[in-house]
Design a protein around this ligand. Structure first.
Ligand SMILES: [Zn+2]
Ligand SMILES: [Zn+2]
Length: 357
């Protein structure tokens, strides 16, 4: 990371992948230099206000910042500061608190940013049967609490909030009886930060090795590689399952071995970007070419300076004394990434964490 200071603060309301409804994907994001009351981006909305109530009982100062030094906030106050939601896909563990809280949502109308399919899936919930229809696509429907705001995967950044832009990239999240299920990765950029810092946030994702006919994570890595580590040094990515789970039981998710392989794919892109940039020849890069595997020596340290936060671990019934599933999975990923000497720091994004980026 460079020395121009943080760009964002992210509070982890929940980071699990089920089944505990008290710890589902839900993150609150704001520019580092602004107060919470100046506006919040809700990144995923599985767990929400109820969970935050409980977290604030344990840690009342979670949202105390320099700009609000004498002030603590209630969970409901914090959610009135939310200006928009940014949703990777419409599975319930990512949208349940969004849906439940819509009727009582206070403050100005909120935008829901997501890809077209996700918004269509949400329409299937706001259909008067599962939930009242409280959302529309029309900017002038002030009576509707939510404004559906499609994000198009066109390689461009869209402003979603003052000083904050997002680029959406489609990724695979398994195959259903209806066909492939799409999720999203977000590049989230601070437009006001001196080095335009950004971070990368993955929704649920299947390894490219399983969907080898239509690999998608590689598209994310190709965009990320030129920015690593100075502009982009923080990645949130799921690892739902512990080591050893067979590929036919992944249901569109990663294991530690698959995540290690994906990080090697990122490191490989970093290697080729740096090499093509340092070579004097200006021969154009052949896109889509299959990369040869790099040697251990070539891979060493390519992801130095990168923090990888593991999210979306699925809680398994574990014994009371042993490590939590989350600790177990993060430890397994860490051992594998250390063995490959990539240099990335492997962390776990835990509920209640206050992360600066
Ligand atoms: Zn999920
Ligand atoms: Zn999902």
């Amino acid at each position: 990371m460079d020395d121009t200071g943080p760009a964002f603060v992210l509070v982890c309301v929940g980071s699990g992948g089920g089944p505990l409804e008290s710890n589902l994907s839900g993150y609150l994001l704001k520019p580092y230099n602004a107060g919470w009351e100046a506006g919040i981006v809700a990144l995923e909305a599985g767990s929400g206000q109820g969970t935050l109530n409980r977290l604030l009982e344990q840690e009342p100062d979670l949202f105390r910042t320099q700009s609000s030094a004498s002030r603590t906030y209630s969970a409901s106050e914090i959610y009135t500061f939310v200006r928009c939601f940014l949703i990777t896909h419409a599975h319930l563990d990512h949208v349940s608190s969004l849906v439940l809280s819509t009727g009582s949502s206070a403050g100005p109308r909120k935008r829901v940013y997501a890809n077209k399919e996700t918004l269509e899936n949400l329409e299937g919930m706001y259909n008067w049967r599962i939930w009242p229809n409280l959302a529309s696509y029309d900017e002038n429907d002030e009576d509707f609490k939510l404004l559906y705001s499609p994000l198009t995967p066109n390689g461009k950044y869209h402003s979603v909030f003052p000083d904050t832009s997002v680029q959406i990239v489609p990724i695979n999240h398994g195959t259903t009886d209806l066909g492939p299920y799409s999720s999203s990765a977000f590049f989230i950029r601070s437009d006001s930060h001196p080095s335009k810092r950004e971070f990368l946030f993955f929704g649920d994702v299947e390894p490219d090795s399983i969907t080898s006919s239509t690999p998608k994570i590689i598209n994310v890595w190709r965009k990320a590689a030129p920015m690593i580590p100075n502009t982009l040094s923080t990645i949130f990515i799921e690892c739902s399952w512990p080591s050893g789970r067979p590929d036919d039981m992944l249901h569109g998710h990663l294991t530690p071995e698959h995540l290690r392989d994906e990080l090697i794919a990122l490191a490989t892109e970093v290697y080729h970007f740096r090499r093509s940039n340092s070579s004097s020849s200006s021969r154009p890069q052949r896109k889509r070419q299959k990369r040869n595997a790099l040697s251990a020596d070539e891979l060493r340290g390519l992801l130095t300076g990168v923090r990888v936060y593991i999210i979306h671990c699925k809680d398994q019934s574990a014994s009371v004394d042993g490590p939590s599933t989350r600790e177990l999975i993060a430890g397994q990923v860490r051992s594998l990434v250390e063995a490959a000497e990539l240099g990335a720091e492997i962390l776990s994004a835990d509920q209640g964490m206050y992360i600066t980026i």
